[in-house]
Design a protein around this ligand. Structure first.
Ligand code: UD1
Length: 364
């Protein structure tokens, strides 16, 4: 039987969580030859290798080692390396996920080489073009041949943009596939015990978006809220490398250290983080994926952004956009604790089987 060579491209932390169930599913079919390519956009052990281990992913078949840089440097480096690789292995198809620079870079290269592109998590729009991810989403969708969608808004946006209906597939959320597959294992880890916190007795925070962490005023506004909230209950804060560098550069480290109930830790692996997420009393974040995970888990999520490309997490889920002001953050946290953030339901097709539906379509 002839095999189709499919290159699955990953680069940054959220990509790993999305590709893992897709790659695993492809490996079950003898007509597919999935090749896992890691661009190296995220390279620290805690941002990358730990995720491969936690998600039970094989080592990447190819590691491009592009590392950090400006947007053009990073995107360009991925493009140059991938063009060489695709010329060598001549894939029949590539799969890209999400909206990071590696996603866009891979899609642009494949489009110019006439290699069909599947984009997973297509159609999401924040309508905020100051976000690098929004540019990545729009451009990736524009060149993709098959667009796999996670929520109704994605279908609506692609229709509005004139994408042919036969290219669009509503298959659900592959990130939730990973969550469903790993939740039991995550819950067995003694993470809460090790950190000395009680189930539903702590808050969890993540912060990495340039708009929040690159400006001292904005970062201070957020951290002031954390300073207040940690007086009431422990706040666990796994710090992204970008954020850690900014906190140090803005001279904010000492202040953080003086807060007794703020537990700062390095970036966590997928499983320990999932355990913490699943039993937090509320979550403060500027991540995209965490808005979805908290929705599925029915954990109150305060999103520190002016917009979201994942509106279903607000209309159905337990997520809210919180104004970027210290008192507003504190008030919303109290509202969340008082039961004001209840979920209405789990979005359609967030059922743990999105990657199966997607791979079925790829094989047709
Ligand atoms: C990237 C994605 C973002 C995603 C996030 C998840 C883009 C434009 N952004 O943002 O959409 O939500 O990943 O984490 O693709 N760094 C390290 N070690 C690493 C990786 C990064 O120290 O392993 C530091 C470097 O200083 C680097 C900075 O973090 O310059 C930012 O990394 P980068 O990959 O540019 O973007 P993220 O902020 O991680």
């Amino acid at each position: 039987m002839s095999q189709r060579t499919i290159v699955n491209v990953v680069g940054a932390r959220p990509n790993f969580v999305k590709i893992a169930p897709i790659h695993r599913c492809m490996q079950k079919f003898s007509d597919l030859r999935p090749i896992l390519v890691h661009t190296g956009q995220h390279y620290d052990r805690k941002m990358s290798q730990t995720f491969f281990e936690d998600l039970n992913m094989p080592e990447p078949d190819q590691y491009l080692g592009v590392g950090s840089g400006t947007h053009a440097e990073q995107t360009g480096a991925v493009m140059i390396a991938l063009e060489r690789l695709f010329a060598e292995i001549r894939p029949d198809q590539i799969v890209v996920v999400g909206d990071v620079n590696s996603t866009l870079a891979a899609a642009l290269v494949a489009a110019k080489m006439h290699i069909p592109i599947a984009h997973v998590e297509a159609g999401l729009r924040s309508f905020d073009r100051t976000m690098p991810e929004e540019i990545n989403r729009i451009c990736t969708d524009a060149v993709a041949d098959q667009l796999f969608v996670t929520e109704q808004s994605g279908l609506d946006h692609l229709a509005q943009e004139g994408v042919a209906p036969e290219k669009i597939f509503f298959t659900g959320n592959v990130m939730i596939d990973s969550l469903v597959a790993h939740l039991e294992k995550a819950r067995a880890l003694p993470v809460l015990e090790e950190m000395g916190v009680a189930p539903h007795g702590y808050a969890l925070m993540t912060l990495h978006r340039p708009s929040n962490v690159d400006h001292p005023g904005m970062l201070q506004t957020i951290l002031d809220a954390v300073g207040e909230l940690q007086r009431e209950r422990p706040v666990i804060f796994p710090i992204h490398p970008r954020t850690e560098k900014r906190i140090a550069a803005f001279g904010m480290s000492e202040n953080l250290k003086s807060w007794k109930n703020l537990i700062t830790v390095p970036p966590l692996g997928y499983l320990p983080f999932l355990r913490l997420l699943s039993e937090a009393s509320f979550v403060i974040t500027d991540s995209g994926g965490i808005q979805e995970e908290t929705t599925w888990l029915d954990i109150p999520c305060l999103t520190l952004r002016e917009n979201t490309e994942r509106p279903v997490t607000i209309t159905l889920g337990s997520n809210r956009l919180v104004p970027l002001a210290t008192q507003a953050i504190v008030e919303q946290a109290h509202l969340a604790l008082d039961g004001g953030y209840r979920r209405k339901g789990i979005p359609p097709l967030w059922d743990g089987h999105a990657s199966e539906r997607m791979v079925d379509i790829l094989r047709q």
